[in-house]
Design a protein around this ligand. Structure first.
Ligand SMILES: CC(C)(COP(=O)(O)OP(=O)(O)OC[C@H]1O[C@@H](n2cnc3c(N)ncnc32)[C@H](O)[C@@H]1OP(=O)(O)O)[C@@H](O)C(=O)NCCC(=O)NCCS
Length: 170
């Protein structure tokens, strides 16, 4: 398996993984499926801003994808923080794919001078919380009932991991 930059031809597989997560879980707070055009726009925006979109490629098939973008990008004071996402194809979970996809983001974030990587995880998604803890993320915040999906309120947990030493100078 290879972790590489996503290409336009990966978008249908990325879309299928994303839409399966949207339809079957609260891991993403979208209530409608995404579209190929929306995913293409997302990839283009990430590229234009110099942010990575990675895929796990096994013999040409996409097993998962990861990316990061700005965290609260409307305010320049947040410029050393990034927010990531990661999703693995349902039949490929629990095989280290997610770990490799997120670990590959760390040096890319550090190379861009970023200090902190943030994950926003549904509080009920214990698997993802455990996954992020295993990758060195710490729970730092818990928002009550900030999401609503499947006719219920959703709590959101923020998790963060330093990409260089805490307190390092800029
Ligand atoms: C969460 C997700 C990205 C994890 O990726 P994965 O490939 O399944 O996880 P990995 O096999 O790389 O696991 C890495 C570590 O996390 C742990 N972990 C992963 N999933 C876990 C789970 N459901 N419960 C407990 N621990 C888990 C593993 O045990 C492993 O730790 P170890 O190395 O100490 O054994 C993936 O399961 C997924 O896409 N889930 C559905 C969508 C989702 O929740 N996305 C994240 C939104 S924040």
């Amino acid at each position: 398996m290879l972790i590489r930059d996503a290409q336009a031809h990966d978008l249908p597989e990325i879309l299928a993984i994303y839409n399966e997560v949207i339809a079957t879980s609260t891991a993403v707070y979208a209530t409608q499926p995404s579209s190929l055009a929306e995913r293409a726009e997302w990839l283009e925006q990430r590229r234009q801003r110099g942010f990575p979109v990675l895929v796990a490629d096994e013999d040409g098939a996409v097993l998962g994808f990861s990316s990061f973008g700005e965290f609260r990008g409307a305010w320049n004071g947040y410029r050393y923080s990034i927010e990531h996402s990661v999703h693995v194809r349902a039949d490929a979970r629990g095989k280290n794919v997610g770990r490799l996809l997120v670990e590959a983001l760390f040096p890319l974030g550090a190379a861009l001078g970023k200090h902190v990587m943030i994950g926003a995880v549904d509080a009920a998604n214990e698997g993802s919380i455990r996954f992020h803890e295993r990758l060195g993320f710490a729970r730092v915040g818990h928002f009550k009932e900030v999401g609503h999906k499947f006719d219920r309120w959703l709590d959101l947990v923020f998790m963060q991991r330093f990409l260089d030493a805490p307190g390092s100078s800029r």
